[in-house]
Design a protein around this ligand. Structure first.
Ligand SMILES: Cc1cc2nc3c(=O)[nH]c(=O)nc-3n(C[C@H](O)[C@H](O)[C@H](O)COP(=O)(O)OP(=O)(O)OC[C@H]3O[C@@H](n4cnc5c(N)ncnc54)[C@H](O)[C@@H]3O)c2cc1C
Ligand code: FES
Ligand code: FES
Length: 1281
């Protein structure tokens, strides 16, 4: 594929690997082709991971390196995304740049819709997209910040985080030209067929139809690869193998387009983008009544895949209904007989589709298409449908009716019987009601249907028919209570800018602290020059390591046969536990975890051994041939219920109590018991786990280049595993392409395995996990079952609460015991419940071990608490915000349930300011009014507070390893030329710590930030570091950098006094001559924090970060689809060191939280196999998920004596505020349930996916679906936790 060709052969590493399957956009490049027919050049974005190099004959490929760099000239797209703070970890940035660059090549002045469509196929896990869109928006003449226009409406010109006057202009004349030699080649050189012969595969590219037909006749089983978006993933992920591949992309006949009055005929090779553009043109050109089919197709095409996929994918597999295929010898109706099975059609193996004819719609024909998917864009549909009706002229009697569904069977299904039952009848309520009954009978799915969501899918078949009916009755017009469900939420796309308060007052203009300084590597990240672990050039003799993992959930290992693997050419060795020279396990919280399984495996994905080979392909081939003999153990445990039943726990369990809960329950007006389940969350850092271990060959030294959050822990782990002292291992972290807690423990274990391989072979070994491996092996956020019993008074006062948390830890303890402690420490959130008890337990199951994830249990803990508050409000029939803010929130200086005194003043300020800024009161009324006026769409609102403890107690983390004791160090050198080099213990993962450290050093040394360079994190320079975690990196390392700089500044005092008029440069020179040391270490001794679980008291945190967030959503009750209409966040982060970095953290964490609570779902098979192993199956928020209005406010006038420059940690807290969207959805669902006569508390589990939301709405359609009897079938997926 082009991606490996670029990265490995050409060493163009700006194009990144994120998933390898077309789903993330990290590998986006621009492909340009000259079209001799029109003498034009076509530019389109494409995913290099799916682009076969053989297909690129005559094409020019532009990568991020080609458009600009820091040595010559940065391209305006690169500059603007960087300056708008759209690059945090930067791993997605080159892909974003290339998508936007391609758009500008085609349309230099795009509008908002163009921009969001162009970025729709690119994922970012850090930023929350808003700043990326902001940067791109500057190219749109309609979208300048501060202007009022239909696309971007600002209520007032907001203070800006970047200066728009200071941007390079876009000058298309400066863009690369299409290589003239390629034009000459296309014009002059005769096209000849090509044949590429690989090791195991032959690729043939014919140029004439005749040749193509001959090839297909002689090789009927050979696939025709067009966009490779189907075949490519099949080969990569499903192990499909084709000895011959035919690529007809140069057969002109397959790309011809003919328009006739009867319709349009597309060559079968036309890409979806070409089809879309042509249909859009036709819809404008021809009378509306003839465009029913075209408009329906456009509706579908817009949401299929991302732009990169649509640019290359041929239309064949998606044009499903009412269209004629024209094959040279026969014409096939694309009807119910065309699809015959999963991925199978009635085409004969040697047949070739030449073109697809899409007719204009006939007089009186009415057609619509609907699609419901887990994410609004770039997601395979759960159910898709096309419906068409024609009436006998002048009557409402149905003459023709076709209804097709996708997603309810192995292939497209025709509701033939339902159609037959309706044809000839009047289209009225009774007919429709009979049609629903018939549909239920006809489209019945087995409860074990692959893909699950059976009840949801079935209800969609009905509710989409209902939508069709509404469309037809109203033809999109009208204002009745029912019609609003036909409007597409996504069409409401308006982004407003974030409002930011200026934070800097009366401070020297040279002092960068408090200013929105751009991430110091943002430009290098945007140009692709930033080096990530896998961008490090291959070393001499380097090997690649691939892990072999268990296929059984719980089994004894009887034998590992590596003989066949060793026979694969290029395979050098297979590493098993026996090869580990030192400690064969890691110990977390007193519990051992094997580095490689020794005798037993306890989950699918458990690491058993590793194959090292000359390259990754060979290592993979070898890994597939390792044969492990197992003896299955009975009764694996997957869910928390099973764990509870079998008492399968990691000990100790934890309990904490304030007051006397049992007694208090006797004195309350009401008692209510409820529960909520919260699914896990995959970190989905864009850069997968990566490392290169290089033995120096001398004195047992190893250099480890690693993408991790805790290099010291990796260093110690490797040393212990190899049985050597730590001083022989140096770990180097230049930058991390996202981590979110997932690059601490598991990374170190994988680094141990890689080091053993390097140790044994004496050669450098690289291990870079593929996305699927990473998702399988490295674990996720702990899924939690939370139960509450709450006692409260008629006025809403909560007097007693008893909460139980069951965390699904997976097969090893990892950090689970710390997670369940943090769960209990945060269970009060912002509320003073006088009698409060919490119990938490880490359930040991046979799923991959879960680990730290941004928030470390807090997002789970507080969801249970807030759900409890919601239940109280619903039980009393009052507003949840009242129960939260007015009635139960901490009001004065108080003790937490662990007896830690704090002042909630800023919590209350955030709460009040949030309600004011969001205009909560009047919008609440509007929401109520909206809900009265709309039957099938409901709006909901929720305001959620947060009180989040920052830092960690020594006792708390000492349980993991002494290396966690809270402290930090730095090393600062001043060189003779005046330049300054800063090293510190924090790792740069996108959170901007290096930028902040540069600001700190600049302030302390009184020199411009440009004189300061921050070097990689390196255990040889700064030893014994803490993890960059717990939102404490800046607090700790900032103090250490400050300390070192203060020391140096004081040392320079004599020379400053000697020459007060001197400059920094002259002082440094004088100091050197006077033999004053220009190098200093800085140290920070962390707070004395502790938690005593026996006494149930302590001071486990240095301080609290507070905030509040109000979100409003609109829910389509018929499909469960939702859109965040508006979000307002007010955060108390003290005095921000860098508002742009902090706002980036706030927005990114919020969107990650939105993903956790509303869309991200890990799915496991009944035997514990993770299904969701890539972006195709696991949906994280995309650009389409940003709230339509998104405002972030930093609380003014807040000080924090406990952290550097009065700032506060912000990395983690806001993630929980994503739950405001969850509770807003729940609020909307409650309004929908009122229509069904249902009031009072109800259970909505997290994430509130369209499936859960729709079923909870209890519409007449969901009510018609009979629930399958539990226990009578095996569901497709486990219900986790
Ligand atoms: C990230 C991603 C997202 C996606 N999202 C969606 C989605 O939302 N909805 C959806 O439906 N699909 C989706 N897909 C699947 C895929 O994009 C579509 O199925 C696409 O239309 C396949 O086209 P292609 O040209 O890339 O197929 P290829 O991989 O090139 O394969 C084409 C197949 O069609 C056959 N074929 C091609 N041309 C002819 C011909 N002329 N005559 C006979 N047979 C022919 C080939 O033999 C081969 O089997 C997605 C794929 C990816 C990777
Ligand atoms: S790496 Fe190509 S799309 Fe993800
Ligand atoms: S900046 Fe987008 S993934 Fe990190």
């Amino acid at each position: 594929m082009l991606l490996s060709y670029l990265r490995e052969r050409l060493r163009l590493t700006g194009t990144k690997y994120g998933c390898g399957g077309g789903g993330c956009g990290a590998c986006t490049v621009m492909v340009s082709r000259y079209q001799p027919g029109t003498k034009t050049i076509l530019h389109y974005s494409a995913n290099a991971c799916l682009l076969p190099v053989c297909q690129l004959q005559g094409a020019a490929v532009t990568t991020v390196e080609g458009i600009g760099n820091t040595k010559t000239r940065v391209h305006p797209v690169q500059e603007r995304i960087a300056k708008a703070h759209g690059s945090q970890c930067g791993f997605c940035t080159p892909g974003m740049v290339m998508s936007m660059y391609t758009l500008l090549r085609n349309k230099p002045q795009p509008n908002m819709e163009d921009i969001t469509v162009a970025l729709g196929g690119n994922l970012c896990r850090c930023t929350g997209y808003r700043p990326i869109v902001d940067g791109c928006k500057t190219f749109s003449p309609m979208c300048f910040v501060g202007t009022h226009d239909i696309d971007c409406v600002f209520q007032e010109p907001p203070p800006q985080l970047f200066d728009q006057e200071d941007l390079l202009p876009l000058d298309p004349t400066q863009d690369l030209i299409f290589p003239p030699e390629l034009i000459l080649m296309a014009e002059m050189e005769p096209q000849v067929s090509q044949l590429f012969r690989g090791e195991r595969m032959v690729w043939v590219s014919p140029v004439s139809l005749e040749e193509l037909i001959q090839l297909k006749t002689s090789h009927p089983q050979a696939p025709l690869v067009m966009g490779n978006t189907n075949i490519g993933p099949d080969i990569k992920f499903k192990g499909a193998w084709h000895p011959i591949i035919i690529s007809p992309t140069r057969v002109q006949e397959l790309f011809e387009v003919t328009k006739t009055p009867q319709g349009v005929c597309f060559g079968a090779g036309c890409s979806l983008s070409v089809v879309k553009a042509l249909l859009e043109g036709l819809v404008q050109e021809i009378p509306e009544e003839k465009t029913e089919i075209y408009r329906s197709l456009l509706q579908q095409l817009g949401n299929l895949g991302g732009q990169q996929i649509r640019n290359v994918a041929s239309e064949l597999s998606v044009v499903t209904i009412f269209i004629h295929f024209i094959y040279s010898a026969r014409e096939i109706l694309l009807n119910k007989d065309f699809f015959v099975g999963f991925g199978k059609t009635s085409l004969k193996p040697d047949e070739i589709v030449l073109s697809v004819f899409i007719p204009v719609s006939r007089q009186g024909e009415f057609m619509r298409a609907f699609r419901q998917a887990p994410r609004k864009e770039n997601a395979l549909a759960t159910v898709t449908t096309g419906m068409r009706v024609m009436f006998i002229e002048g009557s409402s009697v149905v003459k023709e009716l076709s209804i097709y569904y996708g997603g309810v069977g192995p292939c497209t299904v025709s509701a033939t019987k339902t159609c037959a039952a309706v044809i000839g009848r009047k289209w009225d309520e009774q007919t429709l009601s009979d049609a629903y009954t018939q549909l239920l009978d006809e489209i019945s799915l087995s409860p074990s249907h692959p893909g699950g969501q059976v009840e949801f899918r079935r209800s969609l078949t009905l509710s989409l028919l209902f939508k069709f009916n509404l469309q037809m009755l109203h033809k999109g017009n009208g204002s009745s209570r029912t019609i609003s469900c036909l409007q597409h939420l996504k069409n409401l796309r308006h982004y407003t800018g974030t409002f930011r308060k200026a934070v800097v007052k009366g401070q020297s203009g040279d002092d960068p602290v408090g200013r929105p300084i751009m991430h110091r590597s943002a430009i290098s990240q945007a140009t692709g020059e930033a080096v990530y672990c896998d961008d490090i050039p291959k070393m001499d003799g380097e090997l690649h390591l691939v892990l072999v993992t268990s296929t059984r959930p719980h089994a004894k290992i009887l034998d590992i046969d590596i003989s066949e693997a060793l026979r694969v050419p290029g395979v050098v060795d297979v590493i098993t536990s026996k090869d580990i020279p030192g400690k064969k396990f890691r110990t977390f919280t007193g519990i051992d975890e094997d580095i490689l399984a020794q005798n037993e495996v306890s989950c699918v994905g458990h690491m058993v051994c590793a194959v090292v080979a000359d390259n990754r392909k060979q290592a993979k081939r070898g890994a597939a041939l390792v044969k492990i003999a197992y003896e299955d153990q009975p009764g694996p445990v997957f869910t928390v219920e099973e764990a509870i039943e079998k008492q399968s726990f990691f000990l100790p369990q934890r309990m904490i109590e304030r007051g006397n809960v049992d007694e208090a329950f006797d004195k309350v007006d009401h008692i209510y018991e409820g529960e909520i389940r919260l699914g896990g969350q995959e970190h989905f850092y864009m850069e997968t786990q990566s490392m290169v271990v290089v033995p120096s060959g001398e004195e047992r030294e190893l250099k480890v280049y690693i993408s991790c959050q805790h290099p010291t822990y990796a260093q110690e782990s490797i040393a212990e595993t190899l049985g050597i002292p730590s001083n022989r291992v140096s770990c180097h972290v230049k930058r991390v392409g996202g981590a979110f807690g997932g690059k601490v423990t598991k990374t170190s274990i994988i680094a141990c395995i890689t080091s053993v391989a390097a140790w044994k072979t004496g050669r450098a070994v690289r291990c870079v996990l593929e996305r699927g491996e990473d998702m399988l092996i490295t674990g996720a956020r702990h899924p939690v079952l939370g139960k509450h019993k709450v006692g409260f008074m008629n006025d809403g006062r909560i007097i007693a609460a008893d909460l139980h948390y069951y965390a699904n830890s997976g097969n090893t303890a990892d950090e689970s015991l710390l997670v369940i402690e943090k769960i209990l420490l945060h269970l009060d959130n912002a509320y003073k419940v006088p009698n409060l008890r919490g119990r938490s337990v880490a359930c040991k199951t046979n799923l991959p071990s879960n680990t730290a994830f941004r928030g470390f249990g807090v997002p789970q803990s507080m969801l249970v608490t807030e759900n409890m508050i919601n239940d109280v409000a619903m039980k009393l029939g009052c507003n949840a915000e009242e129960v939260r803010g007015q009635i139960n929130m901490y009001k004065e200086v108080s003790l937490t349930h662990y007896k830690f005194e704090f002042d909630p003043k800023n919590l209350l300020r955030c709460w009040d300011e949030c309600k004011e800024k969001s205009d909560y009161g009047s919008r609440r009324k509007s929401v109520a009014q909206f809900n009265q006026q709309n039957r099938w769409k409901k709006r909901g609102m929720a305001t959620i507070p947060i009180k989040y403890g920052i830092a960690f107690s020594d006792g708390f983390l000492n349980q993991v390893s002494v290396a966690f004791a809270l402290q930090a160090a730095s090393l600062v050198h001043i060189y003779k030329d005046g330049s300054v080099l800063v090293s510190h213990g924090g790792t740069e993962m996108g959170q901007g710590i290096h930028t902040k450290m540069q600001q700190v050093a600049s302030r302390e040394l009184h020199i411009p930030a440009s004189l300061i360079h921050i070097t990689e994190t390196n255990t040889s320079a700064v030893p014994n570091t803490c993890p960059s975690a717990a939102s404490f990196g800046t607090d700790a390392n900032g103090m250490a950098v400050k300390d070192a700089c203060e020391i140096l500044y004081q040392r320079l005092e004599p020379v400053r006094k000697q020459n007060p008029e001197g400059t920094w440069q002259t002082w440094v020179t004088s100091a050197f001559i006077q033999r004053i040391s220009l190098s200093a270490t800085g140290y920070y001794r962390g707070h004395d924090l502790y938690m005593d679980w026996e006494k149930q008291e302590g001071q486990p945190y240095a301080y609290f970060t507070y905030g509040a967030c109000c979100s409003e959503v609109e829910v389509d009750c018929l499909t469960g689809d939702y859109r965040t209409v508006r979000t307002d966040i007010v955060m108390d982060i003290g005095r921000s060191i860098n508002p742009s970095v902090d706002i980036g953290q706030i927005e990114g964490a919020f969107i990650q939280g939105l993903g956790l609570y509303t869309m991200e779902e890990l799915k496991f098979s009944p035997s514990g196999v993770l299904y969701t192993r890539g972006p195709s199956q696991y949906k994280i928020p995309a650009v389409c998920d940003i709230p339509l209005q998104f405002n972030v406010y930093l609380l003014s006038g807040s000080d924090n004596p406990h952290a550097i420059y009065s700032s506060k940690g912000i990395g983690e807290p806001v993630l929980f505020l994503g739950s405001s969207v969850f509770f807003a959805i729940k609020d909307a669902v409650a309004a929908a349930r009122v229509e069904a006569g249902m009031v009072g508390p109800f259970t909505l589990n997290s994430p509130a996916t369209p499936e859960r939301t729709c079923l909870a709405c209890n519409t007449p359609f969901t009510q018609k679906i009979p629930a399958s009897k539990q226990g009578s079938f095996q569901p497709w997926a486990l219900s986790i936790p």
